[in-house]
Design a protein around this ligand. Structure first.
Ligand SMILES: C[S@@+](CC[C@H](N)C(=O)[O-])C[C@H]1O[C@@H](n2cnc3c(N)ncnc32)[C@H](O)[C@@H]1O
Length: 231
């Protein structure tokens, strides 16, 4: 992938750091009752590192962010150098992508993966990989977009919402992600999590538009009984 800051990257970074500065990112963690103190933490799809900056103030034992997009990582590293100093934990940012994370089984106490699920090729495969690197009893926190999300953008980007609905319909009918940015039914995501032994504990929505969830957050706990060790 080309390492170039596009208009889209720039807009995303501005918004992400605006939310960080105004406490929205911290509030999301608090709503899910997430505290990283003393934990081994991985943020998957960390983008420009906004969530890592928020998590670093909890002083985790280990803090790693991975993303598929080197452009975000380059920005994130320089931002982290400017804004984080010990005693806050200084995160390491690596290029890696779902569904193949370069970590051993059961490495982390907390895995966060915010707004990445709409972009992964297959939900089950991605969630299974996130669960693999999580210790038994560890916490997985994810978020994504539901059917209400594109309604916000109907006026500004007329074709984009239609594309998102079409992509989501195709995914539901065929199991194939035609373009990234699919919308998700958070109940199905919770069922999927449960089926792989990661039990949802907290579910939260920002708002419903015409009765449809725009953005959802789920915190789930990996079962202590690991089927691998029981075989
Ligand atoms: C909408 S942004 C979310 C960034 C950040 N997690 C946040 O909450 O602000 C989606 C991020 O996921 C990354 N991404 C997309 N597909 C990915 C994959 N298969 N593996 C890892 N990261 C991915 C993108 O590069 C982008 O940084």
């Amino acid at each position: 992938m080309e390492n170039r800051l596009t208009k889209w990257h720039d807009a995303y970074i501005q918004n992400a750091y605006h939310e960080l500065k105004h406490g929205t990112t911290r509030k999301q963690l608090e709503t899910l009752n997430i505290n990283a103190t003393g934990k081994r933490v991985l943020d998957v799809g960390c983008g420009p590192g906004n969530l890592l900056v928020a998590l670093s103030t909890d002083a985790p034992e280990l803090l790693i962010g991975v993303d598929i997009d080197e452009t975000f990582l380059v920005f994130g590293r320089s931002q982290i150098q400017k804004s984080i100093a010990p005693p806050s934990a200084v995160p390491t940012l690596l290029r890696a992508s779902l569904p193949t994370l370069p970590f051993a089984d059961e490495t982390f106490d907390l895995v966060t993966c915010f707004l990445v699920m709409p972009h992964v090729p297959d939900d089950t495969v991605a969630l299974t990989e996130l669960a693999r690197v999580l210790k038994p009893g560890g916490t997985l926190a994810i978020s994504g977009h539901g059917l209400g999300f594109p309604l916000r953008y109907l006026k500004r980007f007329r074709l984009k919402p239609l594309q998102m609905y079409l992509a989501s319909l195709i995914y539901r009918c065929t199991g194939k992600k035609w373009i990234r940015n699919t919308l998700q039914n958070d109940r199905k995501i919770c069922d999927l999590l449960e089926s792989i032994g990661v039990v949802p504990a907290v579910r939260h929505y920002n708002q419903k538009i015409l009765g449809c969830v725009a953005t959802y957050w789920v915190k789930a706990i990996k079962n202590d009984t690991n089927p691998k060790t029981m075989q």
